[in-house]
Ligand binder design. Structure first.
Ligand code: FAD
Length: 318
């Protein structure tokens, strides 16, 4: 069976959930192999986790050069692994950085590139969301190795035993790959809540909350559900929450199991970022609000009455 390469995203010695989803999805296309690219010594902590999700091999490309530079070295290393493995496909989680790595890798391996996949069939057809997730198309790469970015939460991660046989990959980066060096490090915001982009439950607040101080109603509801917190652009533009929390066309795209929209009208640009959520719940005092066209469950009512009651009710059932 042909290998399917999965680029591993990890943080603090843990494989991120979207990578586990990719290892699960990869089984539909062939035999999953993980590719760990980074600073020396990082792969050791990840191997067991990758084995638990079915990785037959773990390609390890480690070098100080990779850690110290931007995306270009990762693309070079990933293309080098592809040259060695001749995979049926290369999968990456759909993040801004990975999309750049995917594009560069596709050029290097002479393959076709598909972004934002949400499903596969057995014949190489890929369901893909385009135009701000407003349209779903089926596409197929007709030349070279398919390089595919997959939306987080499109597949449920399922354990499966893999041998995780380690394969060391020598990293000999070109001067071009070292043209841009990282001079400052991005620090991921750490809080007790899950990260918005790959959370399985998201609670978002809109302009209906009225003012910044009231946003704690949204946060309390989110905490009762162990959810990430999002917001509409109206709330972000008002300066009530930071842009990192914006869900929508010009914000983060989410696809959780459960999305709760509180005081959000459901404008097309907001929908673009959340409409693939598996179950959508809306709380809005206007029965005609467009969000109800999309919602699986809706409460027509004042959020200041409904949201705290919901929070209390959930707390009681814990
Ligand atoms: P509103 O549309 O004002 O809706 C507020 C809702 O709250 C109403 O439905 C109202 O009935 C309800 N409400 C009020 N009081 C209560 C109450 N007490 N209890 C219950 N309900 C109440 N928007 C995004 O969200 N994300 C984007 O990424 C984004 N990108 C954009 C890009 C472009 C190029 C443009 C032009 C716009 C973009 N927008 C985006 C903005 C978008 O068009 C809407 O303006 C925005 O989503 C509206 O936010 P809202 O639903 O919170 O506010």
């Amino acid at each position: 069976m042909a290998e399917v390469l999965v680029l591993v995203d990890a943080l603090d010695g843990s494989v991120k959930k979207p990578t586990l989803e990719l290892l699960t999805a990869a089984r539909q296309l062939g035999e999953p192999s993980a590719v760990v690219i980074g600073a020396p010594g990082g792969a050791a902590a990840l191997k067991d986790q990758l084995a638990e999700y079915g990785a037959a091999k773990v390609y390890v490309a480690e070098s100080d050069d990779i850690a110290g530079y931007s995306v270009a070295p990762k693309a070079e290393a990933l293309a080098a692994v592809a040259g060695q493995a001749s995979p049926a496909a290369i999968l990456l989680a759909s993040t801004a950085e990975n999309k750049e790595i995917a594009a560069r890798t596709a050029i290097k391996v002479g393959g076709g590139l598909l972004y934002d996949a949400v499903g596969f069939d057995g014949d190489g057809n890929v369901s893909q969301q385009i135009f701000g997730a407003s349209i779903e198309v089926t596409a197929k790469v007709s030349k070279g190795t398919p390089v595919i970015t997959v939306r987080p939460n499109s597949f449920a991660p399922e354990p499966s035993t893999g041998a995780a046989e380690e394969v060391a990959v020598s990293v000999d980066l070109s001067d071009a790959a070292k043209a841009a060096k990282i001079v400052d490090t991005v620090v991921e915001e750490k809080g007790s809540r899950p990260q918005l982009s790959d959370a399985s439950v998201v609670v978002s607040g809109g302009r209906g909350i009225g003012k910044a101080d009231n946003f704690e109603i949204i946060e309390k509801l989110a905490d009762s559900l162990g959810a990430a917190v999002g917001a509409s652009r109206a709330v972000v533009d008002a300066g009530w929450v930071p842009h990192t929390m914006q869900v929508g066309q010009t914000g983060v795209t989410v696809s959780p199991q459960l999305y709760v929209a509180v005081g959000i009208s459901g404008a097309i640009q907001h929908r673009a970022g959340m409409q693939t959520s598996k179950t959508i719940v809306a709380i809005n005092k206007d029965a005609e609000a467009p969000i109800f066209e999309l919602a699986d469950y809706g409460v027509v009512g004042d959020l200041f009455a409904v949201a705290p009651q919901l929070t209390d009710e959930i707390a009681k059932r814990k």
